[in-house]
Design a protein around this ligand. Structure first.
Ligand code: ZN
Length: 148
């Protein structure tokens, strides 16, 4: 557990200081906005999806370290994956974050470090915000989501 906690802090600090894929994307095919009123986190997500593959995924926004790091990790994880794989990852990640167990599906890879957030239940929505925005973007039903 101590190792996970250290790794969690390192990854959050790194991805918050140097968020990956942090820019507006031109020519995006899908977009959405996410807002977490509990913490004030806001993100905008841009995707280029061709032939059901995520060719590019970027985000912009302002929020706490956890929401920024989670969005950064998510874009890194989903880059080049299929839409079906992204949907599956959303479900795995969401279930992982709301369960009491620390057991993780290996398919989540590096995303498992976000399990460290579970020690701070108030912050779980910071970690899942980007993923809810992803769902909204993929379905294009309601392009603005709130965690409330
Ligand atoms: Zn937050």
């Amino acid at each position: 557990m101590a190792d996970l906690r250290e790794l969690y802090q390192e990854v959050i600090i790194d991805h918050n200081k140097h968020p990956r894929n942090f820019a507006k994307l031109d020519n995006f095919t899908h977009e959405s906005e996410g807002y977490n009123p509990l913490c004030g986190d806001k993100i905008k997500l841009y995707l280029i999806i061709q032939n059901n593959m995520i060719k590019n995924i970027n985000f912009e926004g302002s929020g706490c370290a956890i929401s920024t790091a989670s969005a950064s990790l998510m874009t890194e994880f989903l880059m080049g994956k299929s839409v079906a794989e992204a949907e599956k990852a959303f479900k795995l990640f969401h279930d992982f974050m709301i369960s009491d167990e620390l057991k993780v599906d290996n398919e989540l890879g590096k995303l498992k470090v976000l399990g460290g957030v579970k020690e701070y239940p108030m912050r779980i929505k910071c970690a899942t915000l980007a993923w809810h925005a992803l769902e909204a973007a993929l379905h294009q039903d309601n392009q603005s989501v709130s965690t409330e």
